[in-house]
Ligand binder design. Sequence first.
Ligand SMILES: [Zn+2]
Length: 362
Amino acid sequence: MASVRSLGILTAAIAAAGWGGDLCAQVRADPTRPPAAQIAWGMARIRNLDFVDLRDVAEKFGAQATWDAPKQKLILSTGENQQIVFEADGRDCFLNGVRIFLSERVTAHRGSLWVSRLDLIKTIAPLLRPAEQALQLPMPPRLIVLDAGHGGTDPGKSNAKHQLAEKDMTLDVALRLQKLLEARGYRVLLTRKDDTRFANNPLIDLQRRADFSNQAVADLFLSIHFNAVDPKDAARVMGSETYVLTPQSMLSTSDDKKDAMTDVTFPGNRNDLANVILGYHLHRQIVTGLKTSDRGYKRARFAVLRFLDCPAALIEAAYLSNDAEAARVATPEFRQRIAEAIARGVDSYTAAVAAMRPVVAN
Ligand SMILES: [Zn+2]
């Protein structure tokens, strides 16, 4: 296991890199760097990427690492009652029961489980140790832009049996959520208040929604959607997903290889840290509040998220392609529950940020 000294050096390097920087570059630039053999988090090159031993992650975070199934399933438990579960070959992990997708598969190697360095820096560390990067977080949100997905000539997904159009359901939830958030003291603006869209070209429409938020100088942007799959999978697939923008150089959840956008830094990537925290708080409240199937907290480079100046998430609240789930969405009670779960997620995110970035009176 690692020596305390080498752990300390790597910890300092990580702090200097702010998790989001180039960790290897920081280590290389450190003149006090010990010989490679003494570096605590022995990084392994797996599938041509840097991977980190989860037992070293546990040691760094003061967490207990326990095998649930030897060399297959590892549980990290922290002193703050957080538990995160990793399984060999899983593309996901479970933090306090919430399913979180990683960019790379967890990999069995040298008798342990390893995660990619970027998954550690961009997902695991910010969720387990957010306070260590508190100065990179924006202040708690006050102005929130709600974006009811689709509208006008773009109906989005639909359900024929219950005669539902996604554009109507998203607007209904946004209006309900607006009331709930205003009652909590937030200022709220909607990208649309009726059955319209900004432009018939989908990319221009999505860009205008981001422009609207940026021009309003919003502190938070939430896009509300409902999902659908091919008819052959419709009976099987149901539940909720929460998305935030994929950080630079990481794979989006639906991808298994790099594409033209993978290495691009978008304006929205300035908020990677706040996004990962926001997405977790939202998704946790949505899956517990709706008692729905946890389809996972995911990442995508959705056009509406790429150019936003503030932390943002896109919520796929339920599957309209599933008749049983569509029947729930058809009721005002369930749409109110969706709005309430999202509002609790916003509150939970705000409380987390406020605890790390307390506002000091002048
Ligand atoms: Zn949609």
